[in-house]
Design a binder for this molecule. Structure first.
Ligand SMILES: [Zn+2]
Length: 256
């Protein structure tokens, strides 16, 4: 994070701007539409706060939020394992963009929005695009987490992650090749990012699953509370069991 510039601290969460963000200023059309581009990234920031503040409701803090040219990243201090919680946190981001779009729609009046153009109408469309793009059911988009949360209880978290990551890689590959053929280099970079992020998410979750299943020798770092120990009950299922103190071995005395 040391590379990034701190923009400020909101709701107790530091917000950073990554230096590569300046690259978007070089894109054609951006300099002329700077207010709109900045407003869009304001909406991206609100999207990330949607995730962060929902996570907080479930006791998960956010280390920081960083804005990149391809979007924002909220770094949660831990990943929710309960599918219902993961679902709510994932949906909260796109829900913010839908709420902004709905608010703009009400402000502008539905009739005047269609084909109106102009700043507010463009911002409205951008928020709809942001919500739709993020709901693509593939990692690292929010839709990938939604897909995992929905599949997880059925096929298991590891398999659900691999599936969502495979969808992400396939879409990224198709999008990347298409963009390369059309010489859209920014889109090629976005595709490469999505491809790598999908793999990183999968590796992280699979490593976590292996740890939990006790397959990593010595990798068990979850310590049992005092008086309890982990016992294996087969098929990678572990249970906390109270440590049985043998009365004859105890030094409390008085029993014999
Ligand atoms: Zn999101």
């Amino acid at each position: 994070m040391s590379l990034s510039w701190k923009l400020g601290r909101f709701a107790g969460i530091d917000v950073f701007l990554h230096p590569t963000f300046l690259l978007i200023l070089l894109l054609p059309g951006v300099a002329e539409n700077l207010p709109l581009v900045l407003a869009m990234f304001g909406c991206v920031l609100l999207h990330e706060f949607g995730h962060a503040l929902t996570a907080r409701r479930f006791g998960i803090e956010t280390a920081d939020i960083t804005l990149y040219p391809i979007g924002g990243v909220a770094r949660l201090t831990r990943m929710p394992r309960a599918p219902g919680v993961e679902l709510l946190i994932a949906l909260a981001g796109p829900a913010v963009n839908l709420a902004i779009a709905a608010g703009l729609c009400l402000t502008l009046g539905v009739g005047s929005v269609v084909g109106a153009g102009g700043f507010m109408a463009n911002l409205l469309v951008m928020n709809l695009v942001l919500a739709a793009f993020n709901m693509i059911p593939a990692f690292p988009m929010d839709g990938g987490r939604v897909l995992r949360a929905l599949l997880g209880g059925w096929v298991g978290r590891g398999k659900a992650t691999s599936f969502a990551a495979a969808v992400g890689r396939t879409l990224a590959l198709g999008f990347g090749v298409y963009s390369l053929l059309n010489w859209e280099l920014m889109h090629v970079a976005l595709a490469a990012f999505i491809y790598m992020a999908a793999g990183a998410e999968e590796r992280g979750v699979l490593a976590e699953e292996r740890r939990r299943n006790g397959e990593d020798a010595g990798g068990t770092d979850w310590s049992a509370p005092a008086g309890y120990r982990w016992i294996r009950t087969g098929q990678g299922v572990w249970r906390l069991a109270p440590i049985h103190v043998d009365a004859t071995a105890s030094s409390w005395g008085g029993r014999r």
